[in-house]
Write a protein that binds this ligand. Structure first.
Ligand code: FES
Length: 580
């Protein structure tokens, strides 16, 4: 940690718009005053943007306007001027073909809005899966002082005496219906119990994982990740965040000061300890690319390998985010990493101090939720990065969500050409498949789907489910919901739509998975593989126009974060030309 606050007072960026008596300054102030703002609010004090992903079509973020009001209280109190603005809000639950296709669009929106507007710093209001990484990516590419406040998770779901986790129980109930253990009427009845309050998914899915990543990176105040959306302390967190950003602007404490290599390594280890989503791999790689940190898949494997998963939350464990908050939340986990020598203690946070100082005094209030190491859910909780002739650029698997007996497995491939092919055939009782087979799904990567859908955890065939079997080895170039589980190999790269080896696997080929050896192998000769690849022709057509065509052309592979190639890096916050 080597941060020296900038001198204060000094002329801020916003004064390029509001300072002086020129025609342009009067033009800018005059328009802002139509909102009823007194003249002294333009006297050189920090102008703070509140970048809001509120949307009624992003239900997980539908309460964020209320939270923005609390942020404003804090900004006014600290002597700043708050200005809230909306950005495109990719919703995991309502956006097609997939919210992931629009993460980069949201990040572009954030970047251009933050750079182009008359602000000195920004509060990033996010909740649903893609909103947190998109806001961090956009803010990182501008590098004005920025701080995240999350919307917080929903309250626990309950159905017929059972605790119900977002997503996790959707998959479980869906499989139960297909296995004949639950009726469709009961499934529909369970629907309302899954989402009973404002907020994001209440499991350690991608939303909770990314809120945790923001905190572990140092980009949110300590304790931000786990406070339930409807808890009064969530409002307090927003209020305090508003106060803090004003001082961050005065100090000129920027994302590039905070999101260092050490911060990313802290986040990777935190992800292992919480049993976080595989989606964090892609998002952190993309964020790192924006701040110029050369983070790789190998860093994920190396840093996470020795970290036990100690947070007993679904989908890997039993509890939900509410219990995690009551147990002490993420600060307890970060403290445990620090005590185990697995934390860069001096990493800087938005507080202006070291991450260790934020957590060293916290206590664990429930050892059933944040487990002692002896009772860890997985000894090696990190993301396993697999390589081999089936994944030359890598693939990932989450050991804590997998079945130990399947982590070393050789099986016959049953190939599905795309998700439609899978849906058309999986319920066919004549499908030649049993539990020893390896299910292969392709053309679901960034370019293939498009947008790299969360379909990698394909449901098992009914005839296998009826035997009481709940897991099989599955391999795809797709992603998996952070709320899902299983022995699922994801992000296989290069993806099939780019002509990766996944494109030429045939039903009946033998595939070997060896997680301990980090190996994913298609058991055919090199000559045969080369001949198949030479004969391959693209199956996925490029969209003719619109955002989808831009996405198809410029999206990179998952091993670098699936960002657009032209968005990598920081383009700074230089004030643009006056246009009047
Ligand atoms: Fe939005 Fe899970 S669907 S947080």
């Amino acid at each position: 940690m080597s941060f020296t606050p900038a001198p204060w007072p000094r002329k801020l960026r916003s004064q390029e718009w509001f300072g002086g008596t020129s025609k342009d300054a009067i033009y800018h102030r005059s328009w802002m005053k139509n909102q009823g703002l007194p003249a002294d609010l333009f006297d050189g004090r920090p102008v703070i943007g509140i970048c809001n992903t509120w949307s009624e079509l992003t239900p997980c973020n539908a309460h964020l306007r209320d939270l923005a009001e609390r942020v404003k209280f804090g900004i006014y109190e600290a002597g700043g001027l708050p200005v809230e603005f909306p950005v495109f809000s990719p919703s995991e639950s309502t956006l097609r073909p997939t919210a992931m296709m629009y993460r980069n669009l949201c990040a572009m929106d954030v970047e251009e809005a933050v750079r182009g507007k008359c602000i000195d710093g920004v509060v990033l209001l996010a909740g649903c899966d893609k909103t947190t990484p998109a806001l961090l990516m956009g803010a990182a590419s501008v590098d004005l002082p920025a701080i995240v406040v999350s919307g917080g998770p929903m309250l626990n779901g309950h159905f017929r005496g059972e605790r119900v986790g977002s997503g996790t129980h959707l998959w479980r109930f869906s499989e139960a219906v297909r296995a004949g253990e639950m009726t469709e009427a009961e499934f529909v009845e369970a629907e309302a119990s899954m989402s009973r309050s404002p907020g994001s998914c209440n499991t350690m899915g991608t939303a909770s994982t990314m809120a945790s990543m923001a905190e572990a990176l140092g980009m949110a105040l300590s304790g931000n990740a786990a406070i339930p959306a409807v808890d009064s302390r969530r409002r307090v967190m927003a209020h305090l965040t508003g106060r803090r950003i004003v001082d961050m602007v005065k100090d000129d404490l920027k994302p590039s000061d905070i999101m260092t290599r050490e911060a990313f390594e802290n986040a990777i280890r935190t992800n292992a300890a919480i049993g976080g989503s595989t989606n964090a791999v892609i998002h952190l790689l993309a964020i790192a690319g924006r701040v110029g940190i050369d983070l790789t898949l190998e860093d994920w494997d190396r840093c996470g390998r020795d970290v036990p998963t100690i947070v007993n939350l679904m989908p890997s464990g039993q509890h939900l985010m509410e219990e995690f908050f009551y147990a002490g939340g993420l600060p307890v986990v970060i403290k445990r990493l620090g005590e185990a020598g697995l934390l860069h203690r001096e990493a800087l946070t938005v507080s202006g101090g070291a991450i260790w100082d934020e957590v060293k005094e916290v206590q664990n209030w429930n050892e059933d939720v944040i487990l002692p190491v002896e009772r860890a859910l997985a000894k090696s909780g990190g993301i396993a990065v697999l390589k081999g002739n089936l994944a030359p650029l890598g693939a990932v698997l989450k050991p804590s969500a997998a079945t130990p007996a399947l982590m070393q497995h050789r099986g016959r491939a049953v190939v599905f050409e795309d998700i439609d092919d899978y849906k058309a055939r999986i319920n066919d009782e004549d499908l030649d498949i049993d539990e020893s087979c390896v299910m292969v799904l392709r053309n679901c990567g960034p370019r293939g789907y498009p947008g790299m859908a969360e379909v990698g955890n394909m449901g098992l065939p009914p005839k296998v489910l009826r035997k009481g079997i709940t897991d099989m080895v599955r391999i795809s170039d797709a992603r998996m919901s952070g709320t899902a589980y299983g022995t699922v190999v994801l992000h296989t790269s290069p993806e099939a739509a780019r002509g990766g080896p996944l494109a030429v696997v045939r039903s009946g080929d033998m595939i070997e998975l060896d997680v301990a050896a980090r190996r994913l192998h298609l058991d055919i000769s090199d000559e045969e593989l080369a001949a198949r690849l030479a004969a391959w022709t693209p199956q996925v057509k490029a969209p003719a126009s619109g955002y989808a065509s831009l996405y198809h052309e410029r999206v990179m592979g998952p091993e670098t974060g699936a960002d657009f190639d032209f968005l990598v890096g920081c383009r700074g916050n230089a004030v643009g030309k006056e246009s009047h």
